[in-house]
Design a protein around this ligand. Structure first.
Ligand SMILES: [Zn+2]
Length: 1028
């Protein structure tokens, strides 16, 4: 996953991310970004010239003292256009890194090294409870509430195996200071009350809190969250792999919390953990952007750091002692949720590497990790994936650079149990072979090229990506400024290779052949796995319950009542700072785009932008004329089109060329409603790619080769791809269950919704699973050939190009040449078309049964067009309901999250995420509507909802994405400006009215519940039950 993709995902969800997911992504962003985040051959000698950079160089000479901080280092990192300032807080030893860069999307992050020595999940529960109220802001969950009082572009808290970080970003100085105040007060002055601990951590409580004779059960937000996490066998496997290879210290425990150990944690232990770990002497502060550092320092010193003195937090993490013999282990897991295959074993071998502080060695190892596993030319792809030993690489595969000793893992999932030994030998043999042959130089160049490109690519969340990438390194005392000086490493690397042609072979011998510190883990499903987990939990529960005295039981009853009362109290949150709706500008800055027609009629939208020497290409190929029997194959075509080979190139050569010349060739399905007329929509395939300007001809030649001569003849390759894609998507179900539930519940409410379900919902997933289990895929491949012939031409193609001013003319010539190479004659056509007359929206309630211990619930209603006067009010309504739903579904119901979404032009949908309740939650959705109709909300609630909506409406747009709203969604700047006004002008009366008209009085509704068997629904005639 690329960094921009990661950030986009982070922005589009209001669910706070789970601990492991965050960390997985942090690692990925680190892998993608850091050691390589620079140009291999550009040693520039000019200093960084920018206003932000000048300001820090003038005011922060090394050795000076400002607001209690000593300036230790000021360094220009030219290739990243930034100046880094390193400071130390003299009285406490707190570490500070400021990155001055001319970027208005400023970032703040405070992080602590958190090193648990047991699996009670104490750092994770602490991360939750510090957000339950602080001295200055004594209200519950200030983060969630600030989401509605701020125009932040990102807000979150994340726990990793040895750190906890609290990052946010915002473009507005006042907002930035507001958020900084809330964050700092949360971490340094949290209330940490016993009730916060009970709510967020764990507690014994009556199953029905209002019924003292109902049985006692374990409850708690983290307790439930972790049950959900480990229901995902991928997560379980990653966790056990890390525990197994680094067992002796903090990496040997489950930092997020093992559900069977969480009930060992006491409130006292939690407070104690806070006192030592969340102390300035154990803290790292990070600020980024164009706001003045001097103000940040004064604020932090005056309000917080001046009140502390230095302590020894005792959080150092030692290196893992090296083993004299390899080790191995086996674990069980639940069955594949999609089921039905005998290929469900996972295997991985993980090797201990070096201390994370050794920047160059880790740089080399990371490069080696990419050479070994990335793309179809990687040796492990050839030796493990191609013989189809498994469906895809195991979780955690590749270089992992976030622990004291870094690690490398390799293995497979989706294997047959009897292949375990063959795969182990194949791994050993691959390393032995490589120790002899090494890597072709084109492979090394291809990877260095992708680094050059990823550096030049301007993301709208650069500062945040940097904070995440640096966090694991800096946390373990790797110098963060050194870590940014990457040109140095690349040059050193090239020098090492030039002087010693066996440089990489020697690393392979050292780390993978002679290394005794390796751990092999296998995992296979056990039929009664879920039942056993439940039994273990019940056993623990019984032990706890039988040891309770009558007094204890009375206390638990009272506690449950008090907690419920506290949750029901309407809080006064006026203590929290807020950004004002009236501060939002009613005007927008238009994006200049030019519309042209090339090569006899291909419509092209050109947008000149400061893209840093990169050209971005995007095209939509209309699919409405594709015959019905081929339509279900469109998503499959998208996933394999650029991965099968073309012309004289087999898939390996093609992949190498793509890596050498572009940032990747992407293909995806595209469905969008017309912004004005709901009876119209567009369906198509969206292709996109980018490259350095100088490689544009090469990139377009690759596309034209694929268009004209894609090779759909390698059945073996095709079958590998189908299996891989099926596994990846099945794995995503337990993570994105709420998205699948929403897509499914929306399908019956509109034609666009039904198409989205067919192309990217559970329906698509089931098709994929069927193909992956077919003995003979030849007929499917044959159909794909037919589909490709119909689709890949310029007949119904429209294009968007973002490039630099200087390159504008040259790029047009290159595109003209490209279009001339493509088949077909451009036809005059409207991109949008009428929805089929045989589609009528209808009510449908569907229970999709999967063996998960948690549910994902959704309910949906038809919405209005983007330009409709009510579209603004519906968006504000969805956002405002979050307040009600969060309390009912998360705080009271114990789900990980819940909310509502109104997609302009799409449906209005409610959802819950990792929810212990099923149908009760659907009732809560109805209660949310009643809550609005009863008018029990304030003007303030409406304003907060508007701010929440504007966080996404006005999110920063990178130069590569300017003009895309118009190109992909047909939303002109005028329509956008009207829609913004519609949101700003929505009144409380409007919200009540749209809730009545579009929700309560809706003629049609869709509902979907993804989760375990449910007897009530089986008996309910209004529900259809689908067993998977
Ligand atoms: Zn959590």
């Amino acid at each position: 996953m690329t960094l921009s993709r990661l950030i986009k995902n982070l922005e589009t969800t209001v669910i706070r991310r789970t601990w492991t997911e965050s960390i997985k992504n942090i690692n990925k962003s680190f892998n993608r970004r850091l050691p390589f985040a620079t140009v291999a051959n550009s040693v520039e000698s000019t200093p960084v010239i920018s206003a932000a950079s000048e300001a820090v160089k003038t005011h922060f000479p090394v050795g000076s003292k400002i607001s209690g901080f000593l300036v230790k280092e000021v360094s220009d990192i030219r290739e990243l256009h930034l100046t880094a300032v390193r400071l130390e807080h003299v009285a406490t030893g707190a570490d500070y890194l400021h990155i001055a860069r001319d970027d208005s999307n400023n970032v703040f992050c405070v992080g602590f090294r958190t090193t648990p020595m047991d699996s009670t999940g104490v750092p994770h529960i602490l991360e939750h409870t510090v957000l339950c109220g602080s001295n200055k802001y004594p209200c519950r969950d200030p983060f969630m509430k600030m989401l509605n009082r701020s125009l932040s572009t990102f807000m979150n808290a994340m726990t990793g195996s040895d750190f906890t970080i609290y990052p946010f970003s915002s473009q507005h100085p006042v907002d930035f200071r507001n958020l900084m105040s809330v964050y700092l007060d949360a971490v340094f002055n949290p209330k940490l009350t016993e009730y916060d601990f009970l709510q967020e951590g764990w507690r014994l409580e009556h199953e029905d809190v209002n019924n003292p004779s109902s049985p006692l059960v374990f409850k708690g937000v983290v307790f439930n969250e972790m049950k959900g996490v480990f229901a995902d066998s991928q997560q379980l496997f990653s966790q056990k792999l890390q525990n197994g290879v680094l067992p002796s210290h903090t990496y040997g425990v489950v930092y997020g919390g093992d559900p069977l150990c969480i009930p060992d944690l006491t409130w006292e232990q939690l407070k104690n953990f806070h006192a030592y770990h969340y102390h300035p002497s154990n803290a790292r502060f990070y600020t980024y952007g164009d706001q003045p550092l001097v103000d940040h320092l004064a604020f932090i010193q005056d309000n917080y750091l001046s009140k502390f003195t230095k302590i020894d937090p005792k959080t150092s993490v030692p290196e893992e002692p090296t083993w004299s013999e390899p080790r191995c282990a086996h674990i069980s897991c639940g069955g594949d949720p999609i089921g039905g295959s005998d290929q469900q074993t996972s295997l991985a071998v993980v090797y201990k590497l070096v201390n994370i502080n050794d920047i160059f060695e880790n740089f080399v190892l990371q490069l080696l990790g990419l050479l070994l596993t990335s793309g179809p030319n990687a040796p492990f792809y050839e030796s493990l994936m191609e013989p189809q030993f498994g469906s895809s690489f195991s979780p955690f595969a590749g270089y992992n650079g976030h622990t004291r000793n870094t690690t490398f893992a390799i293995g497979l999932q989706g294997m047959k149990e009897e292949d375990v030994d063959r795969v182990k030998s194949a791994i050993d043999d691959t390393f032995k072979g490589l120790a002899e042959t090494g890597f072709p130089s084109e492979r090394i160049e291809a990877i260095l090229h992708s680094i050059e490109l990823s550096l030049k690519h301007q993301s709208s969340s650069f500062g945040l990506g940097l904070a995440m990438a640096l966090a694991p390194l800096w946390n373990l005392d790797t110098d963060p400024v050194d870590a940014l000086q990457i040109n140095r490493n690349i040059e050193h690397f090239r020098k090492c290779l030039a002087e010693n042609p066996n440089f990489l072979q020697e690393k392979i011998k050292k780390y993978f052949i002679s290394n005794k510190h390796k751990f092999t883990l296998t995992m296979s499903p056990q039929s009664n796995y879920e039942a056993q987990l439940l039994e273990a939990e019940n056993l623990l529960l019984q032990t706890r319950v039988t040891s309770l005295s009558d007094n204890d039981k009375a206390k638990i009853w009272e506690q449950g009542q008090t907690l419920r009362q506290k949750q029901d109290v309407e809080e006064d949150i006026s203590c929290l700072p807020t950004f004002k709706v009236s501060d939002i500008s009613r005007n927008i800055t238009s994006t200049l785009v030019k519309d042209l027609s090339l090569s006899g009629g291909v419509p092209v939208q050109i947008c000149n932008q400061p893209t840093n020497g990169i050209t971005y290409f995007s095209a939509v190929l209309d699919t409405k004329s594709i015959p019905g029997h081929l339509q279900p194959l469109i998503p499959l075509l998208c996933s394999v089109l650029t991965r099968m080979g073309a012309g004289q190139m087999n898939f390996r050569t093609l992949d190498q060329e793509i890596e050498l010349k572009t940032g990747g060739l992407h293909v995806a399905t595209h469905v969008t409603p017309h912004p004005v007329d709901v009876s119209l929509y567009e369906q198509g395939v969206h292709i996109s790619s980018h490259c350095l300007n100088k490689k544009l001809t090469d990139m377009l030649d690759l596309w034209s080769l694929i268009f004209n001569e894609v090779k759909f003849d390698d059945l073996q390759r095709f079958s590998t791809l189908v299996k891989m894609t099926a596994t990846e998507q099945a794995n995503s179900l337990v993570f994105h269950g709420h998205r699948y539930a929403m897509t499914s519940s929306t399908a019956c409410t509109s034609y666009v919704g039904s198409l989205a379900e067919n192309w990217s919902g559970l329906t698509a997933l089931k098709h994929l699973k069927q193909w992956s289990e077919m003995e003979d895929l030849a007929p499917v491949l044959e159909q794909l050939r037919d589909l490709a012939k119909l689709l890949l031409s310029k007949q119904y193609m429209r294009v968007a190009v973002n490039t630099t001013d200087e390159y504008h003319d040259k790029s047009l010539n290159t595109f003209e040449r490209f279009f001339n190479q493509l088949n077909g004659t451009p036809k005059q056509h409207s991109p949008v078309t009428s929805i089929p007359s045989d589609f009528t929206s209808h009510t449908l309630r569907c229970h999709q049964v999967f063996p998960f211990p948690v549910n994902f619930a959704s309910k949906a209603y038809a919405g209005v067009s983007y330009a409709h006067p009510d579209s603004g009010a519906l968006r504000v309504l969805a956002r405002m309901m979050f307040k009600f739903l969060h309390r009912e579904i998360r705080e009271k119901g114990g789900a990980y999250g819940g909310g509502a979404m109104s997609n302009p032009g799409g449906a209005f949908a409610f959802y819950s995420y990792r929810d212990p309740n099923s149908t009760q939650t659907l009732t809560k959705f109805d209660d949310a509507v009643e809550w609005v109709l009863s008018g029990k909300f304030s003007e303030r609630d409406v304003d907060e909802a508007k701010l929440g909506v504007f966080q996404s409406v006005d999110a920063p747009v990178a130069p590569s994405s300017k003009g895309k709203r118009c190109f992909l969604l047909h939303i002109s700047d005028e329509l956008f400006a009207d829609h913004r006004r519609c949101i700003l002008d929505a009144t409380p009366q409007d919200l009540v009215r749209v809730a009545r008209v579009y929700l309560r009085d809706a003629a049609v509704e869709g509902a979907c519940l993804i989760g375990p068997q449910n007897e009530d629904l089986e008996k309910d005639p209004f529900w259809s039950v689908v067993t998977n």
